[in-house]
Design a protein around this ligand. Structure first.
Ligand code: ZN
Length: 375
């Protein structure tokens, strides 16, 4: 068994479910066990370790390799430590036919293991960079509000490039979509179900809004394309209104998931929707957002360090990924960010999450090669 596989098995066996997905005080909640274990591993390899407290019992772990000389640039290796929920058996790592099964195997304890092992190996070799500081930053709360990434940049964390660990199949991704969740409401007037003409039906009004979103609006979004991400999208994910058949409902609301492209702004999307509803004479109103928006990521592939990383992978063109992650939060905080890690997103969040051990080892090798090439 390699060191990286052994570390990943330890990490899987330490539950770190995002507390947002569990009842209060559940024993499997929180990232601290994983942060502590990584801290010990890093310290043993000679890295300088510190914690950044983000919330009670939840801290980012930072492990630093200082250069031989004066630092002229800083690289961040940034996987997240939390996972989505899982059945108990998913906290027992199992290897079968070259695959390691367990919660977090690819999302993103695999990235954490590959990144930290690459850095530990570099720390113990004679080839450490002369002028580049490299910081492993295990971040909390990616799966919910990205509080770890937000705290890192809010606390003055700066870097010239962040490699954000997510299962990209070992390809460098410079773009991902943003997420804007919206609430739309229609109001009517209640009346007896036997005399609907005396009321105004809020559900009927909402039906026209839903229709508009999935026809006219969706078609409008299909014309808006990003070279790495394809189209912006809209999805009506929930609808609620009325109480019983014999009352004309006076209220209805829907929750909408709008995936945004680089260049789109949250206020622009809200204005565009309000304008469309007005033009179609549909009296629906935007309510308070059900969740703070997450911005899209669009790192310039020509950025010198991003381009250098792509070259070291032998990758001609960057790719885009369809999911949101910490990269956009770090990028908005001023850190150019590229998403990269072993494993495949198709296995993330599933009941049988796994990572290929070949991908895990290759990931560590590729990272080590890049880090060694830095001045
Ligand atoms: Zn995830």
């Amino acid at each position: 068994m390699t060191k990286t596989e052994r570390l990943l098995r330890e990490l899987i066996a330490l539950p770190s479910v995002n507390p947002a997905f569990l009842p209060a005080r559940d024993g499997r909640a929180g990232e601290q066990r994983v942060a502590d274990f990584l801290a010990v591993t890093a310290a043993r390899a000679g890295l300088d370790v510190e914690f950044q407290v983000v919330a009670r019992g939840r801290a980012n772990v930072l492990a630093r390799l200082s250069p031989r000389g004066r630092a002229r640039q800083r690289i961040l290796l940034a996987p997240h430590l939390d996972t989505v929920g899982a059945a108990d058996e998913q906290f027992r790592p199992v290897t079968r036919q070259g695959r390691l099964f367990g919660r977090g195997a690819c999302d993103t304890k695999g990235s954490a293991a590959a990144m930290l092992m690459a850095l530990c190996e570099l720390a113990q070799s004679r080839q450490r960079p002369a002028a580049t500081e490299i910081v492993f930053a295990g971040l909390v709360d990616e799966e919910h509000h990205q509080a770890g990434a937000r705290a890192l940049v809010a606390g003055g964390g700066r870097a010239d490039l962040a490699l954000v660990g997510e299962p990209t199949g070992l390809r460098a991704a410079t773009a991902h979509k943003g997420t804007l969740w919206l609430r739309l409401e229609t109001r009517g007037k209640s009346a007896h179900g036997a005399r609907p003409e005396l009321g105004r039906n809020a559900v009927h009004a909402m039906a026209r809004v839903v229709e508009l979103l999935q026809t006219t609006y969706a078609a409008q979004l299909r014309r808006r394309r990003h070279p790495l991400l394809g189209c912006a999208t809209v999805n009506v994910g929930a609808i609620q209104g009325g109480q019983q058949p014999n009352i004309v409902p006076d209220h209805c609301h829907i929750l909408v998931d709008r995936r945004t492209l680089p260049g789109e702004t949250d206020s622009g999307v809200r204005r565009e929707l309000a304008g469309l509803l007005r033009r179609k004479n549909l009296p629906a109103a935007l309510g308070p957002d059900p969740q703070p928006p997450c911005p899209p990521l669009a790192t310039d592939p020509a950025h010198p360090l991003a381009a250098r990383f792509l070259r070291s992978l032998g990758q001609r063109r960057p790719v885009g990924v369809p999911y949101f992650c910490d990269a956009a939060v770090l990028a908005r905080g001023g850190i150019p960010s590229v998403v990269f890690g072993p494993g495949n997103i198709a296995q993330a969040h599933t009941a049988r999450e796994w990572i290929s051990l070949a991908s895990l080892e290759r990931g560590r090798e590729l990272l080590l090669r890049f880090l060694r090439s830095l001045p």
